[in-house]
Design a protein around this ligand. Sequence first.
Ligand code: DUC
Ligand code: ZN
Ligand code: ZN
Length: 474
Amino acid sequence: MFDTVIRGGTVVTAADTIRCDVGIAGGVVTALGRDLGAAREVIDAGGRLVMPGGIDSHVHLSQPSGEGIVMADDFASGTRSAAAGGVTTVMAFCMQESGKSLRAAVQDYHAKAEGRCHVDVSFHLVISDPTEQVLGQELPALVADGYTSFKVFMTYDGLALNDMQILQTMAVARETGALVMVHAENYDAIRFLTTQLEKQGRTAPFYHGASRPIAVEREATHRAISLAELVDVPIVVVHVSNREAMEEIRRAQSRGLNILGETCTQYLVLTEDDMQGLNMEGAKYVCSPPPRDRASQEACWEGLQTGVFTLFSSDHCPFRYDEQGKLAPKGRTSFRWVPNGIPGVAARLPILFSEGVGKGRIDLNAFVALTATNHARTYGLYPRKGTIAVGSDADIAIWDPERRVTIDNASQQHGADYTPYEGFEVTGWPVLTMVRGKVVMREGEVSASAPEGIYLSRGHSAHARPGGSGRKAR
Ligand code: DUC
Ligand code: ZN
Ligand code: ZN
């Protein structure tokens, strides 16, 4: 007897598209087949797609964001939004604050997440202060404990690491088999351009983009790749926004380097023109790197289609459009102070489905790979997560591929008071989200019962191993 059978749907994985039932017991998939037997609950999926729940490996929740600024989502609201959008696992950044220990940050984040998550969660570590103690003791111990990925920033006051620090951090990743994610923008170039723009009185949010043009991202991407090559480690260049950075990654890959690329929803469907004439309201679109132009959108699609980018994420980093967020008093004096980031964990899958699968840019199997399977492989969760197979967690999203929805803020169910995708029309929508066999969202209603999401300790990335694997296996 199954706990649940999902009957009559089309099951899609990164590899296959098959008409079959899914049998679930004890929170895992126990059978795939035709006319599966009795179950306590039967879910009719006739005419629907049955896909692995989305994994969003790039999400910011409850992150310290500067004086007086509060992130709009904590683990409760952020994971509610994830469930609404067909996502069953989110990987959030656990931010080390300068001068503090990494272990303390991890404990802090567990306290924030514990008992509050509607979907499963895991943490990447953000290394902002790579002291000897952090690199020599804390980080190796944390990797051994299942925190197998960390992010370094090449820009931002209080976060930017210099090249020496990045090399030292990458060396620890090499030794321990962890995966380094890189925010690639040139810090000094941004500071120089920001100062110039301010001198010219160009302080409105619109000028945020001009303070970090494509060359800023391209140069840092090239440098990050070079540093990784020197150390012989794989890296993920995250949130890539344009052709030049994409081609740096492509070139590295064609040279046999193990460089991974990620792009995000905003780089496919937003442009800098969305901020034209908006004055302060342009702050709603301020994120880094900034969305660019139509040609950049095409380049990001090309990256997804050709395998240069294997990860498609939201970079959900939500702030309210009020004085605790985008309109913080300092932020009104210059774009320099506007918190960077936009919400999008619930919009990611419908937008990629509609614009990608619906418009013939990618097929269904690529959709699953880009939104679930590759994230699980890259960050050490596969095959428990990221597929529908016997023995895998029953993390499933059921989609109505024909449903037409105009995205609005209410549909996102996040803590922000706006969505940058307001009015965007999609065809295809997740109608049920299941985490480890439990339905957490049905027809937009996120379950009101106590959240049962758990923390996931992770293994090594499929792309990394202790001792260096900066070159792709031949
Ligand atoms: N980097 C992120 O990864 N998210 C939001 C802002 C940023 O700079
Ligand atoms: Zn970043
Ligand atoms: Zn981010």
